[in-house]
Write a protein that binds this ligand. Sequence first.
Ligand code: GLY
Ligand code: MN
Ligand code: MN
Length: 446
Amino acid sequence: MPSKEHRDNLQKLFTRDKHGVVVLRGASILHRYGTDYEFPFRQESNFWYLTGVDEPDYEMVLNLGNGNFHLIAPDRDSDFAVWNGRIVPPAEIRERYQPDHLHIGQEMEEVLREIDPDVIYTVPSDLADELEDDLPDHTIDTESLTDALAWCRAIKNEDELGRLRHAAEINNQAHLEVLQNLRPGLYEYECKALFEYHQIRNGLVQDAYNGIHASGPNSAILHYTGTNRKLRNGDLYLIDAGHEYLGYASDFSRTWPVNGRYTDWQKVICEIVLEAQKAAIREATPGTRMEELHLLSAKIITDGLLDAGLLRGNRKELMEKDLFALFFPHGLGHFLGLDTHDVGGYPKGVTRIDRPGLRHLRVRRELEPGMVITVEPGIYFIPALLLPALDNPEKAPYLNRERIERLLDFGGIRIEDNLIITEQSPENLTRLPKEITDIEEVMSRS
Ligand code: GLY
Ligand code: MN
Ligand code: MN
């Protein structure tokens, strides 16, 4: 890991305050319910961001008074070497992470007593609870650091953008492999296996989130994680998946026709989602607010559903009554980085908009160059939302019952790209076919 980059990250945090210390604990290995089953190690994102340490059981202190970075490394015994592997010697730890002070096996409390800071900034955690018990004579602030880290992480540096581009590059390949092999008779888990094979063979062993491989009506389940259904002729197959590269995520969605040809209704819905997505991408430039993009997509979806005869009434009234959220119930997108739903979307004081759909939006701020976002509108036929609406006297007059009832097992369509915001048009990291003719053309060749 290039430590200069992490030194810069520490420095970025440091510019916000000139006193006190920042204290964080890195992740440890987790086991399944007290058994020997080990989950793959994944460093906690803030710790990774500030230190570059991708190993378990480390802690850090940044002295904001003099800029000194203290790293506390675990004191490994020979048992560790037997079961887990080589013990990294201190000189190598120094070389890798370049701390100003390396403390092997020292208690955090001791390190802090030596520095004796006037305030300790940390995040709510077991460590914060321990410090409150061990250092009752010190001020411990568990609020400010979360906000400060989110502020730093929201704008990506060139190294981070490079990792995001690489994660996207491999994700483009893996999605394309699935598209080229899609056919009726496959099981969802076979699509998942093929997708993961192409990630892992390229070294991206860690999924960025629970991938979604959803066919037929399952494609209307927003976070579907089952994978047992057999893909049928005429189904849609919604894939929403990505792996991470050195911690940085990729998160694409596409919705393909399993047999290579969209049905008429699938085409109609796909075109609406595509138009909503392309319009939002065009407007994703510095100064635009994410909620404006969400509402722009929502208007296009409302118009499209009106034209398709699924909604009734005039667009203004339908928008005022948030009818779009019955079909598009999630947020338009989110920040992407060390976490798939990355931090920084709601700076201190900014609250959620309490409207259906919009309240799930994960970012409410003006876009700036260096931010990385997803744009992922969708239209879904979710019986749990539509059936009560059809029986609701406030909503039913705007809904075409007969058409909607016929589409209750349609599933859903989501199209999701990853964008780097620049001074001009965004850089789109997703290079997968999304026009109907392009998708059908690729599938006809496979
Ligand atoms: N499936 C997670 C997301 O797209 O946000
Ligand atoms: Mn996604
Ligand atoms: Mn997403």
